[in-house]
Design a protein around this ligand. Structure first.
Ligand SMILES: [Fe+2]
Length: 183
């Protein structure tokens, strides 16, 4: 189940109120929209087999992809799959575990599995557990990190304006170490 948890970015007093925690898609959408982050639940394509290859994923979601691309943004789209058996899973996990930004939007649709997006917005950290059928759009320049877990398992459609430009610029802030990871 998708989940949003909002924490204060800085450690607060012990009697500080609990962070917001919601698994209600409407609440998640509204809280993220209020902060400029796009979140949608896309209906699942029942015909899509678990473990379908990238071409099958892109074909199954062609109408939704076309709708996103009709905005004129994100001309490039692909599908990525990570499994617990992936030989580079630890290096891939570490790559995005520290706070960073991109000069491009980070736009993902989760077809299978799950991943944890952590967004550092001013004095808040929003942890968004994305699961199957979740579409997330993080604007360029947003401080964030991502955890796929020790045993990653997800398939995601990725949208790009320019995939060559999608390079992480690390902030050097160790903030990510103070927040829970996926597992
Ligand atoms: Fe990123």
């Amino acid at each position: 189940m998708s989940l949003l948890v909002i924490h204060p970015a800085a450690p607060g007093p012990a009697d500080a109120p609990d962070p917001l925690r919601s698994a209600d898609p409407a609440v998640i959408t509204a809280e993220l929209a209020a902060r400029g982050i796009g979140f949608e639940r896309w209906p699942a394509r029942q015909a899509l087999a678990a473990g379908a290859d990238a071409a099958a994923v892109l074909a199954a979601y062609a109408p939704e992809i076309a709708q996103v691309q009709a905005t004129g943004n994100y001309p490039t789209v692909d599908a990525i799959r990570l499994t617990p058996e992936h030989p580079d899973r630890q290096a891939l996990r570490r790559k995005f575990l520290a706070e960073h930004i991109h000069s491009e939007d980070e736009v993902r649709f989760f077809v299978e599995g799950r991943g944890l997006f952590c967004l550092h917005l001013g004095d808040e950290v929003l942890q968004v557990l994305c699961e199957q059928n979740d579409f997330l759009r993080v604007p360029a320049g947003t401080r964030h990190w991502f955890d796929m877990g020790e045993a990653p398992r997800f398939t995601a459609i990725r949208f790009f304006d320019n995939p060559e430009g999608w390079v992480a610029q690390f902030s050097g802030d160790a903030i990510a170490e103070r927040f829970p990871l996926l597992d």
